[in-house]
Ligand binder design. Structure first.
Ligand SMILES: Nc1ncnc2c1ncn2[C@@H]1O[C@H](COP(=O)(O)OP(=O)(O)OP(=O)(O)O)[C@@H](O)[C@H]1O
Ligand SMILES: Nc1nc2c(ncn2[C@@H]2O[C@H](COP(=O)(O)O)[C@@H](O)[C@H]2O)c(=O)[nH]1
Length: 191
């Protein structure tokens, strides 16, 4: 059976990476590592969290898609996707809203798109701060058009993405377990 690609998207701080970590820890799921020119945060490791690139090295990869997000380049390479898909039943990838639309268009039913939300976007700054984000980078990000855009599901994903609220991590885990159970049983999951 063809591996499913679980695309996790939503605004900054909604919990995309947390969801990805949960899925790769609890399910036969791999992580598609993407590339970025953003400097590493404390504790981030090259080749684990991202392939950290320079302005010169970034364009040398072969991308399915790439975007500019809050002043930095991000992209998912054909090589990274192939490596992720080769090894497991599910491959997970964290993308901004624009990248998620490209995946929905390019991969069709192979992609399962999960759009994360929180009820109160005012709480996102606190989450980023708790994560240890640099204050200036955080302020720039929260002022970026990409941040604002990804707070609501893009029109192009309506009817194609599952919206999942992540106000409460315990409840989110239950919802993820339900989703994975349905996918593992080969069900087509509706949005
Ligand atoms: N339900 C939740 N309640 C409270 N905090 C949460 C919840 N889910 C995740 N977090 C915390 O919020 C912070 C941001 O989460 P995470 O890094 O997963 O977000 P993200 O969507 O990947 O962000 P970004 O797009 O900026 O990389 C982390 O410190 C994480 O532990
Ligand atoms: N379209 C893509 N978006 C990506 C990719 N890798 C990460 N991202 C998204 O960028 C922002 C910022 O990420 P951060 O790690 O700096 O907080 C976030 O929305 C990610 O989901 C990619 O290859 N393509």
């Amino acid at each position: 059976m063809q591996s499913k690609v679980l695309v996790i998207t939503g605004a900054t701080g909604t919990g995309k990476t947390t969801v990805q970590d949960y899925l790769i820890t609890h399910y036969p799921a791999t992580k598609i590592i993407t590339h970025t020119t953003r400097p590493p945060r404390a504790g981030e490791v090259d080749g684990v969290d991202y392939y950290f690139e320079t302005e010169e090295s970034f364009p040398k990869n072969h991308y399915l898609e790439s975007v500019l997000y809050s002043g930095y380049h991000y992209g998912s390479s054909q090589e990274g996707i192939a490596a992720g898909l080769k090894r497991a039943e599910f491959a997970t990838i964290v993308l901004d809203g624009k990248g998620a639309i490209t995946y929905a268009d390019e991969l069709g039913s192979q992609a399962v798109i999960v759009f994360l939300t929180v009820s109160d976007s005012g709480k996102l700054a606190h989450r980023l701060s708790k994560r240890g984000d640099d204050e200036t980078m955080m302020a720039n990000r929260l002022a970026s058009p990409e941040y604002r855009r990804d707070l609501t599901m893009p029109l192009a994903l309506r009817g194609r993405a599952i919206q999942l609220n992540n106000d409460n991590w315990q409840q989110t885990q239950i919802k993820l377990d339900e989703l994975m159970d349905r996918l593992e049983h080969g069900e087509v999951v509706d949005s």
